[in-house]
Design a protein around this ligand. Structure first.
Ligand code: PGA
Length: 265
């Protein structure tokens, strides 16, 4: 049986002090967890969080990385920098980094939206840079509402999955964690029904089976993300194709995040 993996994506929230307070409350609530627990704070708070979670059962992840090792890339963060701060995981291809927002931002005109420029090609470069540096990528895939309404959910999700794995070996592919995150469910409070989330996680697994065969796809961990909370986590995590959750808003509240962690089957 695959271990449940619960990751908290704090996005652009918190200060060093609030990060410390959140973790101080969380740590005793999850000491007996059977799930693997990961927190992904903003890059600037990684060092603080790394110190607070040392000697606990909570692991550290970055929210994004740049694929080059070093150089003249203003504002970017490399895999080795994340490793240096104690990260073992990194999110790649989050829909917000791809410029696909669950909650429309009225002031994000097309030229502003272009700032969030991740494409399937850059997600692949980031995923491979993570693997090459022994960071486990949490690779996000998911359809927008209009793609779902057009009946393209499965083709979008399968295409994103396969593109992310371009030029990745079977051995490395086994290490990747996928997160199926329907864009319309992110930050909206509108969770994907557990059966449907399970079905689309199965689409991810089938896409990986197409590339590498069933041994790799059966070993693969696939999370669901999008408005996961203390009330819906148990039903989602009980599904056979859902091996964990990538949690945004609810990961900012210790009690809620702990309840999700402790809902692991
Ligand atoms: P949410 O975000 O839980 O706030 O919907 C999930 C995510 O974006 O990873």
């Amino acid at each position: 049986m695959r271990q449940t993996i619960i990751a908290g994506n704090w996005k652009m929230n918190g200060t060093r002090a609030s990060a410390e307070a959140l973790l101080t409350e969380l740590i005793p609530l999850v000491v007996d967890a059977t799930a693997k627990i990961i927190v992904c704070p903003p890059a600037i708070n990684l060092e603080t969080v790394s110190d607070v979670i040392a000697d606990t059962n909570i692991a550290l992840g970055g929210q994004d990385l740049f694929w080059k090792a070093k150089g003249a890339y203003t504002g970017q963060v490399s895999a080795s920098m994340l490793l240096d701060l104690g990260c073992e995981y990194v999110i790649v291809g989050h829909s917000e980094c791809r410029g696909r927002f669950g909650v429309p931002e009225p002031d994000f005109t097309p030229t502003v939206l272009a700032y969030f420029g991740d494409s399937d090609a850059t997600v692949n470069l980031k995923l491979r840079a993570a693997l090459a540096n022994n960071l486990t990528p949490i690779c996000c895939v998911g359809e927008t509402l209009s793609e779902r309404q057009a009946g393209n959910t499965d083709s979008v999700v399968a295409a994103q999955t396969k593109a992310a794995l371009s030029e990745v070996s079977a051995a490395d592919a086994t290490e990747v964690i996928f997160a199926y995150e329907p864009v319309w469910a992110i930050g909206t409070g509108e969770v994907c029904a557990a059966d449907e989330a399970d079905r689309v996680c199965g689409v991810v697994r089938s896409a990986v089976a197409d590339l590498y065969g069933s041994e790799v796809s059966e070993a693969l961990h696939i999370q669901y993300g999008g408005s996961v909370n203390a009330g819906n986590a148990e039903a989602l995590l009980a599904k056979p194709n859902i091996d964990g959750a990538l949690v945004g808003g609810a990961s900012l509240k210790a009690q809620d995040f702990a309840a999700i962690v402790n809902a692991a089957p």
